[in-house]
Design a protein. Sequence first.
Length: 931
Amino acid sequence: MIAPNNQSALSIGKSVAAYTLLPDFWSRLVGFMPRFGLIAYLMATIFESLHLLPKGHAFTQASQMEKFRVRDVLATAANNLHGGFKNSDQYIVFGMFLLGTVLLALQFIFLFAMIVTRTADAAIPFVGFFVTVNPETDVAHLMLDKVFGIPQFFNSCFDPTVNTAAVCAGYNATATFPDPLQTAMQALFKFYTFGILTVAAFVVFYFIVAMILETTNTGVPFGKRFQSIFTPIRLVLAVLLLLPLAYGYNTGQYIVLLAAKYGSAFATNAWLLYNSNTGDNPMGMTSKELMGVPKVGEIDSVLNFIYLAQTCRASYEFGVKDTSATAANTGVDIKPYLVRPGSSTVASTSSELSAGVTYDVAKSFYGQGDVQIVFGEKNDSYTNYAGLVKPYCGVILMPALSRDIPGIKDIYNVYFKNVLDIWFNTSIVNYGKRMACVLKFSAQTDKCPSPPLAVANWGADPDAVAGQEFYISTRQTVQSNFKSQLETQIDTMRGTTNSALSMDVKTLLTGWGGAALWFNKVMSFNGAMVDSLFSLPTPTRYPLIMEHVAKKKRELTPNVSQEDPYSMNLSTGKAPLSMDKYMGDGVLGGSQAMNVDIAALLNTTYKQIQDTQGTTDPKTANTDSPVKNFVTLLFGKTGIFDFRANSEVFPLAKLAMFGRELIDRTVIMIASRTVMAAAGGVLGAEMGPLGQVSKAFGPALGTFATMGFSIGILLYYVVPLMPFIYFFFAVGRWVKSIFEAMVAVPLWALAHLRLGGEGIPGPAAGAGYFLILEIFLRPILTLFGLLASIATFMALTAGLDTVFNIAVLNTGGYDMTTLSGGGADSFMASARDGIDALFYTVIYAILIYMIATSSFKLIDLIPNAMMRWAGTNTASFNDQTDAMAQVNYQLVYKADAMAREIDNINKGITDSTDNFNDIKTARDMMNGPKK
């Protein structure tokens, strides 16, 4: 048995956890369901005057409005029907209300049936408080026109009379307005109004009879309850509110629509005024504050490829005499080219690259698509190759992601320039020549440069291949130049106003309803920057002769793994065979003997580049720990380890960049899991322990990558989209509340039909006036909620960034800025460091998520709670809607499920390859010993 105090504490704990952890999206969706608390309340007040409900009944108390339903009121009133003919007035009024309720239910049924069955079809000046300057594209006006369909009332682009304006390009108006659905709905509203008007007539007739009888009984004119001033006004006002006007709506309903229209204009003008004071964007921030500071990647892969390509170039220059292409005594002339494939209507073409060509020129050549650099020879006889360029020495690709976003293309300019700089670098050109000379063509002393080279020392004997010193020195020089240029470009971007992050006129034209749209631009831009930094130039084809060797090996032994795919020895599972006889293929050019020599030369160069530690960036400390190395690979170049350096950056920008880096990196990790799982199974029997290690590491890789992928989805998609999601639902609920008010207005008019009570509204109708005021004020209050949520989120995130590393150090002694912990430099200690990095990152993501959900709920809380300051406890139509819990939960859950499903597929690959090995082993045993 739990003590009452413990139960209370547990309840409070659950409430706090639910508030901070659940974004409450689901309840916002539930909030779209119609609520008829006000209708039930107004109905109860009328039944009270007819003595169908006792005086002071709970149903007639405004504070209990949302706690009972229309059905409850009708059931209680039905139980009090008695007296037969002498109480015929009670029977008549109750019957009319019952009929009205049935008609209201039928109205929604008919509307639903029609929806299901019908055929699918810069700065702005401030001019006033209640006039929308550009209603054509105002989101609120568009939604209201789409719902109520009143021509030339909201004047949005959905109105055919307005749709011809230039600003309406892209908006499709129906041929008839109102459209058939809206026309039918207006007919139902008209029918509903006449029904309630009939009820009002009976109520007025009842009051007349009651006043006559009370006058006769008491001798007081019109009875003691009659208010000489307010009662006649109420009677007239009730009739006026029910007076049918154009398009099926009555006077009271038009009052509601005008309140919505003027309230929307009030909020839109406030939003425009706010933006005119913040400057370039709603946050009043500079580009430096809106762009995260990313890590610069390594260009090792490009450098290593060009090592090989330059060696290939020198080899063909020195040794190959391709008589079909060039003069008999001339080697093949390898140069970099842009090559655009042809089509049935356009011939292919090519253009030679020189050191001064820019990325813009290359991009224009490819029609703004991906840029591809082909290292080969151009000759009119190469008609089988695009642009007459034969790709002797390989191809490198520069995928241009998000290239249309201002500023992003400048990053690709740096990539393109560095590829050409490396290709034309004197040291690397001489490296290729020297490697060709050392490995094969030493006799051509007139072409072979003597070490040391012009820029970097050779690092080995003159007659030997390049040593560690050369590779390390060249890599450091090239990486330093690349990093310097890229950081300079990023600094330039962050120091320059960027139109991709500015508040544009198109977004402003959406009015207050589009206030949260700008925040999506921050997410998109920072994600695009991460993609561009992640999309380094990638070699897509090695030298032609190496590709030929690998292809022949796959054709000859498709089921046998080749540990050395470019060597001249073919693994068959038995004695290795020579590939020499396959090197006379005409596609290669040159003689068979020369092709054999060049293939062997390039394979030796390739293996040295792959096996030399000097060609890659040194690994972090504790390289004996696979756990730490794995976590460093997954998280080491993301913003979490540098969040202090990003303290001045807008939190949503920082989180978007961090999350996008995690997504990009873990997608590669999950893909690697597939390859490693297959390798561990298929190669396990032949690779021995290595295959088993690969097989065992694959599942762990998938598990960690799945976690990183889920965190990335949370930080890149979910949290940065929260302002938009919450605000979008807030706008939608405001429109829904207007529709509910349109249904409730006739009953609100009936609530004026009271003989007693002070004031024009009387004791029952006052709540309706406050609800109309709430419809008017909710748009601008929602804006205040948006700004308050952003300000709160920024403050809490800045505080977390300040104290998080200190808290982690105090708790576990782990430094998130250096990816290291205290203690002995042992395997277990470094393994713990890796786990610390992983799980402290998870904790950081959870804290950010909790801060975001708690902060952005202010978009709802402020407008929902603000009306109490007006001295009323009347609940609005939206006050009882809790938040959208399940949308956010489902986003993260589905992301995790997707990643796990991929991992399950990978596991299936492993199981299949295990089965393959089992079958192979069984067959070998059945065939007996090998001879």
